[in-house]
Design a protein around this ligand. Structure first.
Ligand SMILES: Nc1ncnc2c1ncn2[C@@H]1O[C@H](COP(=O)(O)OP(=O)(O)O)[C@@H](O)[C@H]1O
Ligand SMILES: O=C(O)C1=C[C@@H](OP(=O)(O)O)[C@@H](O)[C@H](O)C1
Ligand SMILES: [Mg+2]
Length: 184
């Protein structure tokens, strides 16, 4: 992928579940006229069932293996906007593929803001099910170090989806103009 220009590199959204990777990824794709790939949606298409059922019927290990295969393949494509699941960066192979082939945006959020979103997520995120709020907070804190490997970070607290997407597009355009001034 070393021959791919910065402007052509795919953009990857990372961050804890529910921060808005899918929603904001779609909004960024629309603004940049690029195709959007949601890795969870690709996994669900492959198994033809929702993520919760994949966890129940096949187990988390099979989900993680499939997640890795699809992400490594997707990262090889140019000009995509890719949203990965919140647990994807637990795997070193995924981190390496995303960081070497693509531009990685970390969508950050404070626990105080995130905890108000939990009711929107609980039914569709098997990793949250059966945990009390204290255990979810622990998971939130435990996961933060895996997101520290990124190229750019956006603090999304109190921002609506359009504001986050606009910020990401502006910062990309600035970086493209600085590093490839004559390309576009
Ligand atoms: N900036 C935001 N402000 C308010 N709600 C948001 C924001 N971003 C996402 N949401 C909502 O939070 C929920 C989770 O968003 P989603 O894009 O699925 O997150 P992720 O892909 O990171 O798990 C959705 O109901 C979405 O509408
Ligand atoms: O954090 C995780 O372990 C997971 C996050 C989910 O994606 P989102 O981050 O898009 O919710 C999905 O991949 C699966 O439920 C596991
Ligand atoms: Mg998502």
């Amino acid at each position: 992928m070393n021959d791919v220009s910065l402007r052509e590199k795919s953009i990857v959204m990372i961050g804890f579940m529910g921060v808005g990777k899918t929603t904001i990824g779609k909004a960024v794709a629309k603004r940049l006229y690029r195709d959007f790939i949601d890795i969870d949606e690709e996994i669900e298409k492959k198994f033809n069932m929702p993520t919760s059922d994949i966890f129940t019927l096949y187990g988390e290990m099979i989900f993680r293996e499939t997640e890795k295969e699809i992400i490594v393949q997707s990262c090889k494509q140019k000009l995509k906007i890719i949203s990965v699941g919140g647990g994807a960066f637990l795997q070193e192979e995924i981190r390496n593929a995303c960081l070497s082939d693509c531009i990685v945006f970390f969508l950050d959020m404070s626990w105080d803001n995130w905890k108000d979103r939990i009711s929107l997520l609980i039914d569709s995120r098997p990793v949250l099910q059966g945990k009390n709020i204290k255990q979810i907070e622990e998971l939130f804190n435990e996961r933060q170090p895996i997101y520290s490997e990124h190229h750019s970070r956006v603090m999304t607290d109190n921002l609506v989806v359009d504001e986050v997407a606009d910020y990401i597009v502006e910062s990309l355009k600035t970086a493209w103009d600085i590093y490839e001034p004559n390309a576009g």
